[in-house]
Design a protein around this ligand. Sequence first.
Ligand SMILES: [Zn+2]
Length: 197
Amino acid sequence: MEKFVVSARKYRPQTFDTVVGQSHITTTLKNAIKHEQLAHAFLFCGPRGVGKTTCARILAKTINCENQTKEGEACDKCSSCTSFNEGGSLNYFELDGASNNSVDDIRELVTQVRFVPQSGKYKVYVIDEVHMLSSSAFNAFLKTLEEPPPYAIFILATTEKHKILPTILSRCQIFDFKRITTNDTVEHLESICKKEK
Ligand SMILES: [Zn+2]
């Protein structure tokens, strides 16, 4: 019998092209990867559930992929991609800013950043709900954000961009995620229905 996987997992986007409704962002990211002009810090802004963390994971997987495609996508097959898909990559760190917002949490992260990656090219640090960090935590983070080691990429995500300090905003490439439109949802559901017959 075929193993049953819930649809939300089965259809979770694994490449930029499968992200729904954010092509203005995924195209820019793919081009940056293709031309090796990747920023060191990104700020992903937008409402809940529009793909911020998904895009962060895809970006991390793609830049560590051993056989990137010409289009700037991950191959989804190499050992690095496999470890990302299984959630076991040592080059990917997610910090929830809502519950780990103290200066000690950030100091720990900053210490982590100093170690070069054991394998792969980049270590990617995602700080979700970054607006929840305390101001002393923000300050502890600022220096690392200003002068990150060459292998470190920071992706800050927030639902409340107006709460982010100007000193952070000015150091990040900012991406505004859009709400998913009804059309996008309908089209995507249609394609899933076809695949599932
Ligand atoms: Zn790969």
